[in-house]
Ligand binder design. Structure first.
Ligand SMILES: [Zn+2]
Ligand SMILES: [Zn+2]
Length: 440
């Protein structure tokens, strides 16, 4: 007479698979779809072996096993525990409760049948718990996606506009004023010299002296006030090339020299031991290694520019201060329908178009903007429209207002994402924070 096997398994497909394999081998098979049904079936079917799934409804497999082993009527019936969980403690538990063997799902049909045969021929179970072999999937090759090995990244050292802030309320975004590093192999480009540049300088002096290209968007305090504290400027061997726009007010060198005037600072520019050179931007791109840097005026008082860095097929636009759609207080979708409103901004839109990353601002909520028109910064919704019409792929919002603490900025970011969605703008938006580093 053929041996009788009860398959207690709640997953129908798995149950059908096991039944098919067992019937083919000539066993008489019945099924139960949960723990309670299993106990009942044992009474009527009197199986020689139970294949018991651990994770079953109504009565957990291990409880069913314990009950079967506690009852003198059913104690001698062999039980093989079947489980998708192959963790050693779980399988040890099943063995301790009296399981004759453990079948780990998914299994090879041949292996499954071998275990059943071993059981009936009295061969002790060979399953050492928890040794389910790693599977490479149907293709046979392990899937090992490679980490990017590129050396191109940008890192934000200061993301605050206007004036530095400090304290617990600002811990998440940080309080340093504008500074971004862009590294491409051995080439180091720095954008703006707000207080964030101080910490960048501390990391650089621990390395061997090198050439550093510093591009300033403009010379408002929050973009140059960290320069006197940039230690590489004092170390012989370092070479600083400082780029900026000209055409308004004093030239770049006079402004940097001026902020180191005796009335403001104990050390003068002549005391700096690094090589320091000032260069005014012209229409030609600045080429540094693999990078090409171009500038375009943004909408901000004075000679303020944004920078576009093209490198390795990627485009990064850094436009920290920009009042897009100056004075416009309406819904951005209505501005999109009035092209003449956008005319003054076309050059900048073209400049930033299709950027992989825009590092740019939307400093004020719309109601704050009403009293700050002409200060040189965008309202949130106008900033969102800029991201849309320039078709940027990713927007890192920076130049956070000193009045905005972390809690507020978190809610502002949610609103930014909502507005972008409303505008049907696919750009992903995130807030820049001091220390943020992204590989490109
Ligand atoms: Zn600024
Ligand atoms: Zn400014």
């Amino acid at each position: 007479m053929s041996k009788k096997i009860l398959v207690a398994e709640d997953t129908e497909a798995m149950s059908r698979l096991m039944v098919g394999l067992l019937v083919k081998q000539g066993y008489t098979v019945e099924t139960a779809e949960d723990g309670e049904a299993c106990i009942e079936k044992v009474g009527t079917f009197r199986p020689d072996l139970i294949i018991l799934d651990i994770m079953m409804p109504k009565l957990h497999g291990l409880d069913a096993l314990k009950r079967l082993k506690a009852d003198p009527e059913t104690r001698s019936i062999g039980v093989m525990v079947c489980s998708a969980k192959s963790y050693k403690p779980d399988l040890d538990h099943a063995h301790d409760a009296g399981a004759a063997a453990v079948i780990v799902k998914p299994f090879e049909p041949g292996e499954f049948i071998r275990k059943i045969r071993d059981f009936f021929s009295g061969v002790p179970s060979s399953d050492s718990a928890g040794t389910a072999a790693p599977s490479a999937g149907p293709a046979g090759e392990p899937y090992l996606p490679a980490l990017e090995t590129g050396d191109l990244f940008y890192r934000l050292w200061g993301t605050r506009g206007s004036v530095p802030v400090s304290g617990q309320k600002y811990a998440r975004h940080g309080g340093n004023t504008s500074c971004m590093e862009l590294s491409s192999g051995d080439d180091l480009l720095v954008f703006d010299a707000g207080t964030g540049i101080r910490e960048l300088g501390m990391t650089l002096v621990s390395q061997k002296p090198r050439r550093i290209h510093i591009f300033v968007t403009h010379t408002h305090w929050d973009h140059i006030q960290g320069f006197p504290f940039f230690i590489p400027a004092y170390v012989p061997g370092f070479e600083l090339i400082i780029y900026g726009a000209s055409g308004f007010g004093k030239d770049l060198k006079s402004i940097f020299r001026g902020q180191l005037d005796r009335d403001y600072f104990p050390v003068q520019i002549e005391d700096m031991r690094a090589g320091i050179e000032f260069r005014h931007l012209d229409d030609k791109p600045v080429r540094i290694g693999r990078c090409s840097v171009t500038a375009e005026f943004t909408h901000h008082p004075g000679a303020t520019v944004g920078y576009k860095i093209e490198v390795d097929g990627k485009t990064i636009v850094y436009a920290s201060d920009n009042e897009f759609l100056k004075g416009f207080l309406g819904h951005p979708s209505s501005a999109a329908k009035e092209p003449e409103l956008l005319f003054p901004y076309q050059k900048l839109i073209r400049f930033a178009s299709d950027a992989d990353v825009l590092i740019g601002e939307s400093q004020y909520l719309n109601d704050e903007y009403r009293s700050k028109i002409g200060w040189g910064h965008s309202s949130l919704s106008n900033g969102c429209l800029f991201a849309k019409v320039a078709r940027v792929k990713r927007w890192i919002v920076t130049h956070h207002d000193p009045l905005h603490d972390d809690d507020f900025l978190q809610r502002k970011l949610n609103l930014t994402r909502r507005l972008l969605k409303e505008l049907d703008c696919p750009a992903t938006a995130a807030h820049g924070f001091d220390g943020m580093k992204e590989y490109l």
